[in-house]
Structure formats: C-alpha cells, structure tokens
Design a protein around this ligand. Structure first.
Ligand code: TEU
Length: 584
C-alpha cells in the first residue's frame, strides 16, 4: 500500500452528543463532557471523531433541524467549547468532523421565517412552495401524494401565504431549494466555510443524495392502499442535478480546505448509482454510507419500515460482499459500519444476547467482522462495549424519537391490533431510540453519564452495572479490550484488512461467515482468513483453514480463549467463535 489519504486508514468514532457524557447535571450530554472523555477515545484507537449535530435547534429531530448553523445549542455548550474540542483532538493527533445538515433547515431558521413571510420575499424561492390541489369534492389536498420519512404527507399547508411547503422529513424540517444558486452559496458560506475556517476537518453529510428533486412533481403510484400518502423516493433521491450540486460543493467548500467528506446515501442502488458519488475522478465525496446492510430486517417500503422482516445469514453475507467488492478495480472507496444513531444496536440485531456468554462472544465476533473489512471503519459510541437494545419490557413512553412516535401513532390510528403489535415488536428491534440511550461509563447511578440525582433525557439501560466501560477496562477478556486488539490488528495488517480484496467462502452456509482477505487480487501475497460462527451451536471448522495451511501459529486473533486443552486445530468452532489467521 503506497501513500494514501489519512482517512482511508483511520478509525472514525461517531458521538451522539446528547447521550455521551453530561458534565453539568442537566441530563443532556454536552461538549465539555466529550472533552472529559477524549483520552478514552485516544486510548481506544480512534483517529477521527464525528460529532452529530450540535447546532442551535428546537430539537424536533434531535438537532437534524438546525435553526442557526453558526450557533451552538446552549445545552451542548458554547462555540468556545467546540474550539477547545478541536484543539484537544488535534493535540492528540485526532481529527474532528461535524454533521452537515443542509437538505433542510428548521422552521425556526431565519431563512425559513423570511421565506414563509410573503410570496414576494426575496427568500421565498429558498424553499419549495407549491399551490394546493383540490379533489373531486372540492377539498384541498397537497400538491403530490408523497409520504414523508416520518409518516404523513411531505407537504404542510401554510395559512399565511396559502401554499404548501415541502419537507421530506418532519413538518419542522422544510427542504431547502438547491435549484436556487443563491441558496447554495449561502449554505456553503454559513455552514461549511464557517466551520472549516474554525478548524474542523470535514463533515459527515446528511441525506446528501436528496438535494436535487425531480421538478415535475408527479404523484407516486399507490403501493400502500391504506394511506393517502405513498413512498416516492424516486422523486427526490439521486435527482437530475445531484452530481452537479455535489461537484460544486466539493469545488467551492470541501477541496479548498482539504476537508474529508462522508455522505449519507439511502435509497441508492449499489454499485451503479453509488459509484458516481465516490469515484475519486468525479470529485464529489470521499466516502459514502450505503444502507443495505444496516437496513437488514426493516420491512419493505417506507410505511412498513418497523414491521420486522427476519433475514437469513446468507443475506447479510451477500450484502457485505456486494458492498465491499464494488470498489475493486475502481477509484472509489468504501465504508464499514454496523451501527449508527438511526438503527438498533448491532449485537441485538446481528448477534445473540440470550445469555451473558453469547452476548460477549457475539459482540467480539461482530468486532472481528467489522475490523477485517475493506474501507474506512466507523464505530458508533457504545458499540465497543457491546451496548444492547432497550429491554422489551420497557413501554413506548421510553421511545423519544419522532420517527418511532409517528409510526406507533400511525399503527394505533389504523385500529388494527395486529399492526400495533407488529409495530411495537419492530420498534423493539429496529427503533432509532436504542442507540440513543445514555452511554454506560461505570456502575454509579446514571451509569456515569450524568451525576447522581440528574435526570437523563433518556432512561439508562437496566444492565449498566454489567455492561460499562469501567468494568471492561479491568477485564482483559472484555469486549472493549477485544476491540482495542482488533483495531490494532487492523492497523498492523492494513494491506489486507483496510485495503485488501474480499473473497467470500462457504456462501451457502447459514451458520458460518468465512472469507479470505488478500493484499493482492490474485491472493498470492499476504492473506487473512476470517472464520466466524454466527450461530449458538458448535460448528465444524471449514476445510479451507487446512487448505490454506492455517494453523495455530497463524492465528492472530481469537474471539475468545479456548477451553483448557482445546486447540484451534480441533476442527470445531464454538458458538459465536471467530478467528483470524494470517498466512503468506
Ligand atoms: O437520516 C436520513 C434517512 O433518510 C434515514 O436513513 C434515517 O435513518 C431515517 O430513519 C429515515 O426513516 C438522516 C439522519 O441520520 C437522521 O437522524 C435524521 O432524522 C434525518 O437525516 C433527517 O435529517
């Protein structure tokens, strides 16, 4: 591997600031709290910190509704705190990236307040306004039948000027009109230039494929007869001018600062539509998140997102293969992740939490999977200690997310008890809330997230005394210590893990996840064999380990210590056991 940009080899760590560390007892995490924990991140092996939105916001969608891009939401701290965090990261050789949310603003943003004030306001065209339609009975209906991501219409009627405005997400998140060049310039100036000049190193770019909408505003075909509103992502994802806009953004606001970028690409088929965004020659984005793996188990179509859809291991393997190998022979780059703030916890979804032992083993085996894959690795806070979903015994009142609340309300409104039950079950596995529970630092009241007596904004998990950082730091066999080892292994053999080719073996197995990583595409040089048992039963170790001459000496990492007297050559993989061998 020759000289490559730092972000390819880097381990990124996503912080959800409201839930990471509260420093002042208000039950809401803050930037001084992140500063207190910065050495923890450095020790873990983090290279780049990604901070979810900290900007001023009425918090209709946890800060993904920004009312001022240049101010910090007061409970998070001050702009000086951000400066201090930038320095603290840089002093430790780490970088800091912020979340750029510019598909939409909050309704409280000054631009929207102006835009909605009159049809002739100079900023009217900065958002997307359309007149009403009327049905056969003369009732006013929205300009199109589109369903928003958070349920209901994508259009909200504004009494003052008697028009609808577009919002792909909540009514509190009106979409900016990127077709207006003045709007785009304001976005670059007020968000990107502002923060890059202050020293941040780049951005995770929210909903990056939705800036360009189709302009014909057609109704979507009816796929959900129970609702007046229909899924219509083809109307606003990967639209006609999207690549022009992102190239412009890169040219005017990323490249001049050498800023790193990772864009969020939902609803984008891989590889055909993904490649144009991340091909280096296109000069658009350094990296993107493609969602097919992390969406496993979600129901088909928008409205059914929380109707859980079980999937076989072969599906997980197939998607992993597809998303990893699509870059081979191209100038594009991939990302590796299995958690973020919009999905349930990986160990609860892909692992096994039925016993303490299986929880630990499967959390480590998932760590092996992630740390051996090609591309830039992203970890989400708490993943490294195996944090799990909320207990199923918790009621709906513990779910605070707007999306969970709206999907639940929609199910209740349907009057169909089976749908309510299925939605609750789906939310217990998939809700965005699970990953937003307070971080579990230690066994003190409030898990060390907030001081004793504080009231955390979300309930602390019942299991915080068993699963927490302090306890895992003392235990060399803990999930946390395992992550550290696996991250070091990833760096040591970066040629095979970060940069290598991927060849899936045993593709039909529903229990084993086995692959070879090679430093070269002929697999003639250094190789790694990754063998993982994704099941709670012991499995015969595949013959390939022998064929590739993998033996005890070539094992570099084991997910758990073998029982006394056992050796890796016994030919048996214990439940949820994972092994990595290096040969060649
Ligand atoms: O998410 C964008 C998005 O389309 C989905 O991936 C998201 O997970 C949501 O569940 C759709 O149903 C981004 C942010 O990550 C998310 O937290 C925000 O709510 C959203 O944008 C709006 O800004």
């Amino acid at each position: 591997v020759g000289k490559v940009p730092y972000w390819k080899d880097a381990t990124f760590y996503q912080i959800y600031p409201a839930s990471f560390q509260d420093s002042n007892g208000d039950g809401w995490g803050d930037i001084p709290g992140v500063l207190q924990r910065i050495d923890y991140l450095a020790d873990l092996g983090v290279d780049v910190v990604w901070l979810c939105p900290i900007f001023d916001s009425p918090q209709a969608d946890m800060g993904y509704d920004v009312s001022d891009y240049t101010k910090i939401y007061a409970p998070y701290g001050t702009i000086e705190d951000v400066d201090a965090l930038i320095s603290a990261c840089h002093q430790r050789g780490m970088k800091l990236i912020l979340d750029l949310v510019v598909n939409h603003t909050s309704i409280e943003h000054a631009w929207f307040k102006e835009s909605r004030s009159s049809k002739t306001n100079p900023k009217r065209d900065w958002y997307i306004w359309k007149p009403a339609r009327y049905d056969a009975n003369g009732n006013r209906i929205p300009p199109t039948n589109w369903r928003s991501y958070f349920a209901g219409s994508t259009w909200t009627w504004d009494e003052l000027t008697q028009e609808y405005y577009l919002h792909l997400y909540a009514p509190e998140q009106p979409d900016l009109n990127w077709d207006n060049a003045e709007t785009r310039q304001a976005i670059y100036r007020d968000t990107m230039h502002f923060w890059l000049k202050r020293g941040v190193d780049g951005f995770r770019i929210d909903t990056v494929n939705k800036y360009s909408k189709r302009t014909d505003y057609l109704d979507a075909p009816t796929t959900d007869p129970t609702s007046p509103y229909q899924p219509a992502p083809e109307m606003w994802c990967n639209g006609p001018r999207i690549h022009e806009f992102i190239q412009e953004m890169n040219h005017e606001a990323l490249a001049p600062y050498n800023a790193v970028s990772v864009g969020e690409l939902s609803n984008t088929p891989c590889p055909t539509q993904v490649l144009p965004y991340v091909s280096a020659a296109a000069k658009e984005l350094d990296m993107v998140f493609e969602f097919s793996t992390i969406r496993l188990g979600t129901g088909d179509g928008f409205g059914a997102k929380y109707i859980y859809n079980p999937f076989p291991l072969t599906r997980l393997k197939h998607l992993t293969e597809k998303w990893t190998t699509f870059i081979e022979g191209t100038d594009a780059w991939a990302t590796v992740f299995c958690e973020n703030h919009d999905n349930g916890r990986a160990v609860s979804r892909f692992g096994d939490t039925s016993t303490r032992e299986l929880w630990a083993r499967s959390a480590k085996t998932l760590a092996l999977w992630q740390t051996t894959m090609t591309g830039t690795l992203f970890l989400y806070q708490g993943q490294e200690i195996g944090m799990v979903n909320m207990p199923p015994s918790w009621g709906m009142e513990e779910y605070k997310d707007i999306e969970s609340a709206n999907f639940y309300a929609e199910a209740v409104k349907s009057g169909d008890p089976a749908r309510v039950q299925a939605t609750v079950r789906g939310l217990q596995i998939l809700a965005r809330d699970h990953s937003r529970l307070p971080f579990q630092w230690d066994d003190s009241p409030n898990a060390g997230f907030a001081r004793e007596g504080a009231r955390p904004w979300m309930r602390v998990h019942d299991n915080y005394r068993e699963i927490n950082v302090a306890r895992q730091l003392e235990d060399p066999e803990s999930v946390l210590e395992f992550y550290k080892k696996a991250l070091r292994m990833r760096k040591t053999y970066r040629d095979v893990f970060v940069h290598g080719v991927f060849r899936l073996l045993e593709p039909e197995s529903e229990s084993l996840f086995v692959y070879v990583k090679g430093a070269d595409s002929q697999l003639s040089g250094r190789r790694a064999l990754v063998v993982m048992n994704f099941s709670a039963d012991a499995q015969p170790c595949p013959d390939v380990a022998r064929t590739l001459k993998c033996d005890e000496r070539s094992v570099v990492l084991l997910s758990h210590t073998l029982g006394s007297g056992a050796t890796v050559e016994d030919g048996v993989l214990q439940p949820w056991e994972g092994r990595v061998y290096i040969t060649g």
